[in-house]
Design a protein around this ligand. Structure first.
Ligand code: PGA
Length: 248
């Protein structure tokens, strides 16, 4: 079966709302190959404007975070119901920057995955080990713990996993295709145990310094079904070139 690749742009805290509208239009214009689907995840404040640009297009909209409640006295937070109303269909959960800078725990991440699914948002669950964890041989143990806690008691396979080794994010140091594939295969096994047949359909994406020059060899790996792209998703041409790498 041919893979349908999922290429997701994580814009992080970049671009002003009006710049975001322009970038979304450029990405739309750059097009996308048949066997790839694109998602862009701008900051919350940009969702409204970007949604208008993407309306009736094949590019889906996602958010970078959310709070796991429909509404309430949670100053400064954004709910899944709000994201849904804005036209988002995906939400990034547990990105390593949120885990490290904002001290998000696996338990909170679990609550977020659950809430996202309740509101029909597809959670993009991010997992990955630090350099110290890899060097001490604990990389699989860490990733398994992140996945098992986040998905505890969850039987809905409607989710995406992004494997992003922390040492590869924004560093220019990409995991080799072999290292990435090894972890992806390990994650695939975990998902199959948990969700049985449905576990083999879940997209497992690689993230961490994916660029037009290294995307094709990563995407050629058996268990890599696309990418979560940070820096390179802020340049329409680069993002389009990464999507085209799915064709090779
Ligand atoms: P990067 O970021 O592509 O800039 O390394 C990836 C991510 O953080 O999702």
């Amino acid at each position: 079966m041919e893979k349908k690749y999922l290429i997701i742009g994580n814009w992080k805290m970049y671009k002003t709302p009006s710049q975001a509208v322009d970038l979304a239009a450029e990405i739309l214009k750059a097009g996308c190959p048949e066997n790839a689907a694109l998602v862009i995840c701008p900051p919350f404040t940009h969702l409204w404007g970007v949604a208008a640009v993407l309306k009736n297009s094949a590019i889906a909209l996602g958010a970078q975070n959310m709070y796991p409640a429909a509404e309430g006295a949670f100053t400064g937070e954004i709910s899944p119901a709000m994201l849904k109303d804005l036209g988002a269909s995906y939400v990034i959960i547990g990105h390593s920057e949120r885990r490290s800078i904002f001290r998000e725990s696996d338990e909170l991440i679990h609550q977020k995955v659950k809430a996202a699914q309740e509101f029909q948002l597809t959670p993009i669950l991010c997992v990955g080990e630090t350099l110290a964890e890899r060097e001490s041989g604990r990389d699989r143990e860490v990733v398994a713990e992140q996945i098992n806690t986040a998905l505890d008691g969850i039987d809905d396979a409607h989710l995406v996993i992004a494997y992003e080794p922390v040492w590869a994010i924004g560093t220019g140091r990409t995991a080799t295709p072999e290292v990435a594939q090894e972890m992806h295969a390990f994650i695939r096994d975990l998902l199959k145990k948990r969700f049985r047949e449905e576990g083999s359909q879940i997209h497992i994406l690689y993230g961490g310094s994916v660029k037009p020059g290294n995307a094709a060899e990563l995407f050629a790996q058996r268990d890599i079904a696309g990418g979560l792209i940070g820096g390179a998703s802020l340049v329409a041409e680069d993002f389009a070139a990464i999507a085209r790498a799915a064709e090779k």
